[in-house]
Design a protein around this ligand. Structure first.
Ligand code: URA
Length: 239
């Protein structure tokens, strides 16, 4: 495989960052300093080192799932099916875990990986990773709520949420909205709508940071991130 891909998979940064490591003459294969970013290596046969440290090849896996309702965002559960149960054995073998949680009844974009550092960065409150949700609401959501969400609403435990961007798609006895938030408190979106006297009846995550769900992936299916998506994630939130 290509050396830059191996190092990126091993958590040494985006392909661009890996290129820099190589340019700094920090990478050797079988003791020879690497000059060509695209050099091929056999991780089982050759000894790769980065600044004198042996790279043991245990690849990371990065999966984007369209989570269906009814499954739990966890690695194990005594009663319910988990998102990990939905993976092929080939991917389960990497022992990945979901990055954060979607409620059992929430659908949509869920990142599943075994890259603990990236997970930590994506979930760190300080990083303010944006999350975009689509929701159907029992109750009327109006233009007047937009500045209220922008200012932050006070949810049931007294916490005032960070600014959130509300877009109204349809307003009436029942409403449809999109909401962008940068934090991830337990049941956050549902509690924000409860705070204005309405109720979320359907919730789906559409985006997380640079990742977008799109319309191609059926519910319950998943795919590996593309190299571009992984680079975008690492550049914003990587090691
Ligand atoms: N907010 C919620 O209320 N539930 C989710 O699953 C995600 C965000």
């Amino acid at each position: 495989m290509r050396l830059d891909k191996l190092l990126a998979n091993m958590g040494f940064g985006s392909r661009k960052e890996v290129k820099t490591l190589i340019k700094q003459k920090g990478v050797t294969v079988d003791g020879v300093v690497v000059k060509d970013v695209g050099q091929k290596v056999d991780p089982d046969e050759q000894i790769v080192m980065v600044f004198g440290e042996r790279v043991v090849y245990e690849p990371f896996v990065y999966l984007l799932m369209n989570k269906p309702a009814g499954v739990i965002s966890a690695t194990e559960d005594n009663h319910d099916q988990t998102v990990i149960d939905l993976l092929e054995p080939f991917h389960q073998h990497f022992e990945p875990f979901p990055v954060g949680r979607l409620d059992k009844d929430t659908e949509g974009l869920l990142l599943i990986t075994n890259d603990g550092q990236l997970t930590h960065n994506l979930l760190a409150p300080k990083k303010h990773v944006s999350k975009l949700y689509y929701a159907q609401i029992d109750g009327e959501v109006t233009e007047a709520h937009i500045p209220q969400f922008e200012a932050g609403v006070v949810i049931d435990d007294g916490y005032q949420t960070k600014p959130a961007k509300l877009t109204i798609l349809r307003s009436g006895d029942t409403s449809e909205i999109e909401l962008e938030i940068t934090e991830g408190k337990f049941h956050q979106v549902k509690r924000m709508f409860e705070a204005i006297g309405t109720k979320v009846t359907y919730l789906k995550r559409l985006q997380m940071g640079p990742l977008t769900l799109g319309d191609e992936l059926p519910l319950g299916q998943y795919r590996e991130l593309t190299a571009e998506e992984l680079d975008a994630l690492k550049e914003h939130h990587g090691v």
